[in-house]
Design a binder for this molecule. Structure first.
Ligand code: ATP
Ligand code: MG
Length: 325
C-alpha cells in the first residue's frame, strides 16, 4: 500500500503523537511504500516565529528519526520543498464544498484557541491536507482520531474530483491505532494532548526522568480511590491507564487487577517508572542524532528528491485532466 502522513513542526512531539501516529508509521514502513513529511505549510496557519521555523523543522525531523523512522524504509521530507502540494491545493479548493470546511472540528477549536489570528489558511487547512494525501495517490493515512474528519473530507474531495475529471485518485482511508488514537492532555483530560497547548499539557517523547515524575504526579485525576477505567467519571485516570497499557503491553483489565487496593499516588509512581524506562531509547537516540545534523539534513534532501519525482509526474497528469497545459 502507498501510505502517507505528516506532522507539524509546532513543538516537541509528545506521547500522543507517538501512540496515535508515529508508532504506526514505524510499523507500516516495514511492508509498505511510505511517505512521511513535516507539515511546515500547515504550521503557518497559527502564530509562529519565522526565525525559529527552520530550527523547528530540523528538530522535528531529528525527533522522527529518533522515534524510529528509517530513511532506508520510508521517504521523509519537508512539505514546502515540494511545490506541487500548494498547486494541487488550489485545484482542490475549487471542488471542495465551503460548508464542509466550516463544519470541521479542528477549525472550530483552533479558531477559538487563536481567536486573534483567524486567517483563511486555518479554514483551508484540510484542503491542503487533502492535496498532501492525493498528490501521492495515497491509499491509507495513519493518524490520530482527531484527524479522521479531515481524511473523510479528503475522500469527499477525491470523489468529487474523480466524478468531474475522470478517475484520478484512490479514496484514502484513515488507519487508527488500536490503542492510543486519542491521548488526552495531562492537565485537562477533556482535551486532547496537543503540541500547541504548552508543555504542561503534554509529555514529550524525550522528557527527562525528573520531568516525567513531576508531570505524572501533577496529572489531573479525580479524588476517588479505586484504580478503575471509567471514561465518564474518571477521565484523567482512564487516560493514564491507556498510556500505561500502551507502553507496557498489559491490558487495562490486567492493570486494574494489578493495582487493586493501591492508591493513585502508587499507580502514578509506577507509571513514571514505566515511562522513564520506555522513553529512554528515544532520549538516547535523539542525543546521538543531535550530533549528526549533516546526516539529518541529507536525509531530508534525499527524501525531497524522491517525493518530488512522484509529485511531478502526478501533477502533470492532474493538470491535463483539469484542462491546464
Ligand atoms: P498542534 O497542537 O500543533 O496541532 P498536535 O499535537 O495536534 O499539534 P499534529 O502535528 O497536529 O500534532 O498531528 C500529528 C499527528 O499526531 C496526527 O496524526 C494527529 O492525529 C496525531 N495526534 C495529535 N495529537 C494526538 C493525541 N493527543 N493522541 C493521539 N494522536 C494524536
Ligand atoms: Mg494538531
Amino acid at each position: 500500500m502507498r501510505i502517507l502522513s505528516g506532522i507539524q513542526p509546532t513543538g516537541s512531539i509528545h506521547i500522543g503523537n507517538y501512540l496515535g501516529a508515529i508508532k504506526q508509521w514505524t510499523e507500516l514502513q516495514e511492508k509498505n511504500e511510505c511517505l512521511f513529511f513535516i507539515a511546515d505549510l500547515h504550521a503557518l496557519t497559527v502564530p509562529y516565529q519565522s526565525e525559529e521555523l527552520q530550527k523547528n523543522i530540523l528538530e522535528t525531523a531529528t525527533s522522527h528519526l529518533a522515534a524510529g523512522l528509517e530513511p532506508e524504509k520510508s521517504i521523509l521530507f519537508v512539505q514546502s520543498e515540494i511545490k506541487e502540494h500548494t498547486e494541487l491545493c488550489w485545484l482542490l479548493n475549487t471542488v471542495c464544498p465551503l460548508g464542509d470546511l466550516e463544519r470541521m472540528t479542528q477549525f472550530k477549536e483552533k479558531a477559538r484557541q487563536f481567536r486573534n489570528h483567524l486567517n483563511a489558511g486555518l479554514l483551508v487547512y484540510p484542503v491542503l491536507q487533502a492535496a498532501d494525501i492525493l498528490l501521492y495517490k495515497t491509499e491509507a493515512v495513519p493518524v490520530g482520531k482527531d484527524q479522521v474528519q479531515h481524511i473523510e473530507l479528503a475522500r469527499t474531495i477525491a470523489r468529487k474530483f474523480n466524478q468531474r475529471f475522470g478517475k484520478t485518485f484512490p479514496e484514502p482511508k484513515a488507519l487508527l491505532a488500536k490503542q492510543g488514537a486519542k491521548i488526552m492532555a495531562l492537565n485537562n483530560p477533556r482535551q486532547k494532548m496537543s503540541k500547541s497547548l504548552g508543555p504542561q499539557n503534554y509529555l514529550s517523547l524525550f522528557e527527562e526522568p525528573k520531568e516525567i515524575s513531576k508531570k505524572i504526579a501533577a496529572a489531573v485525576t479525580d479524588s476517588g480511590k479505586q484504580i478503575k477505567y471509567d471514561l465518564k467519571r474518571k477521565a484523567g485516570l482512564a487516560n493514564l491507564l491507556t498510556i500505561y497499557s500502551s507502553f507496557s503491553q498489559k491490558s487495562i483489565k490486567e492493570l486494574e487487577k494489578e493495582f487493586r487496593g493501591k492508591s493513585y499516588a502508587y499507580f502514578k509512581k509506577s507509571l513514571s517508572e514505566l515511562l522513564t524506562n520506555s522513553l529512554e531509547p528515544f532520549r538516547r537516540k535523539r542525543k546521538e542524532l543531535l550530533l549528526r545534523e549533516v546526516y539529518v539534513r541529507e536525509t531530508l534532501k534525499l527524501g525531497a528528491k524522491r517525493a518530488r519525482t512522484i509529485a511531478e509526474s502526478a501533477m502533470s497528469e492532474i493538470r491535463q485532466k483539469v484542462g491546464l497545459v
